[in-house]
Ligand binder design. Structure first.
Ligand code: UD1
Length: 421
């Protein structure tokens, strides 16, 4: 298993280009199943989760051409299987996103239940409940969701909680359903909006994306389309936390600052000076960070996917930060590892209290999930001495060439190859 070795204490300086958003690209790739025509995508990040999705789509019979610089072309006119098997789904929960498209276009789908994962139980009951409301007949057998329907029928669905992939699955199912579907309590995340925009380019009739009420008028078929995936707001936020913790002066290119309101606001509160243009962000940090309390919420609130990184920044801040995780019940896995580097953090249920320390000291730490890994890298950049982050395959699931981008900013960071997991 590869590791990252970081020698902390270097200020970051220079420019990096932000990649396409993983969480927008995943549902968009699955949307290729909705049409027999070709989907041409740009700005698809090179990540392990994307490779897993492409492997799954190929297994279903989708022809996939992986071009240069994030270009991916997909054609699903010859789908040969309607089953997403356990060995692929277990490595990536987002595989559940093939359920809606397969069911609505082919009238049938068999998708393995994802099971638990490191950051919590994460059930898919809301996906199932919503599809049932649209008229699907669903049973769970041998660990698989088996769904059937002659043609889905539009109705009003109201998931019990705001769910991002749940909203996306229902939206994709509804675009080919008969009549009007209304999704109440819908997720407003920019990635949901990007998917809706892509679906509309394919000929779907989706309105209200970005609000909590999405209205979809079903159509008989969809065509091909070209689309550029939006910028990854979490990757951009991660670099901003890195400069906040290590100090320096960086510019992020190809970003979408308009999708990052809560992230920018909180990072600015720590003392990072931020300036934005339409697709760039400049960030400068010349002081010790100031502690900043926050709670994770659905968009437009502060994202759970940035909680670990902003916590890492708080570990070296002046003062005390109170951090409340509202979305996932077990998302403080990074706390023990940060503690091994000298961070002072107490957890009580969903609340972490971070008392800033003047310095962290490098240590060998273990990544436990994607964003936890990013927080350990940030801590390593700020720490005195050398930090080795083990099990960085988590990081490779969601960050494109992170160590290259950080090296470009002057960080002392290298990948040390290890044996296969
Ligand atoms: C998506 C993101 C993930 C992010 C999360 C929250 C993708 C591929 N992943 O995950 O990076 O951390 O949103 O912003 O876009 N829930 C249920 N039943 C369901 C569905 C969800 O109980 O059927 C619960 C979950 O356990 C969680 C909460 O609802 O507590 C929100 O989860 P959800 O928004 O669905 O997360 P994902 O879509 O899996």
């Amino acid at each position: 298993m590869d590791k990252l070795r970081i020698t902390g204490g270097q200020r970051l300086h220079g420019e990096v280009t932000i990649s396409g958003a993983k969480n927008a690209a995943l549902p968009i790739l699955c949307a290729s199943l909705l049409s027999g025509d070709t989907l041409e995508l740009d700005n698809v990040p090179e990540l392990n989760d994307i490779q897993t999705t492409l492997r799954l789509l190929r297994q279903l019979g989708v022809s996939v051409t992986n071009g240069k610089q994030g270009h991916v072309s997909l054609n699903a006119n010859n789908v040969t299987s309607l089953e997403a098997p356990y060995d692929l789904v277990k490595t990536m929960r987002a595989s559940i996103l093939v359920l809606g498209p397969l069911l609505t276009r082919f009238g049938e789908a068999r998708v393995s239940l994802p099971g638990g994962c490191a950051i919590g139980q994460r059930p898919v009951d809301q996906h199932i409940k919503g599809l049932e409301a649209l008229g699907a007949d669903i049973r769970i057998e041998h660990g698989y969701v088996i769904a059937k329907a002659t043609r889905l029928r539009g109705t009003t669905v109201r998931p019990d909680m705001v769910t991002v992939t749940g909203t996306e699955n229902l939206m994709m199912a509804a675009v080919l359903a008969e009549g009007r579907t209304i999704i109440e309590n819908a997720a407003c995340e920019p990635e949901v909006v990007d998917l809706a925009n892509l679906l509309n380019k394919m000929g779907a009739q989706v309105q209200g994306q970005g609000s909590s009420r999405i209205v979809i008028d079903g159509v008989d078929s969809l065509s091909g389309a070209s689309h550029r995936v939006i910028a990854d707001r979490i990757e951009a936020g991660t670099f901003l936390c890195a400069v906040g913790a290590a100090g320096g002066d960086i510019t992020l290119r190809h970003t979408a600052p308009d999708t990052m309101g809560a992230i920018l606001e909180k990072i600015e509160q720590t003392g990072v000076q931020i300036e934005c243009g339409p697709d760039w962000i400049q960030a400068r940090m010349d002081q010790r960070p100031v502690a900043c309390s926050f709670r994770t919420q659905e968009y437009p609130g502060f994202p759970t996917d940035m909680q670990a990184q902003l916590m890492a920044l708080n570990t070296v801040a002046e003062g005390t930060a109170v951090i409340v995780e509202n979305i996932f019940e077990n998302r403080f896995m990074h706390v023990l590892e940060l503690g091994r580097m000298g961070a002072d953090i107490d957890i009580d249920g969903a609340t972490a209290v971070v008392q800033g320390v003047t310095h962290l000291s490098g240590a060998t730490v273990m990544a436990t999930d994607l964003r936890a890994s990013a927080s350990l890298v940030i801590a390593g950049l700020a720490a005195q001495g050398t930090t080795t982050v083990e099990r960085i395959y988590h990081l490779d699931r969601g960050y494109e060439h992170m160590e290259n981008k950080l090296s470009q900013l002057g960080a002392q960071i290298e990948r040390v190859a290890g044996s296969t997991p």
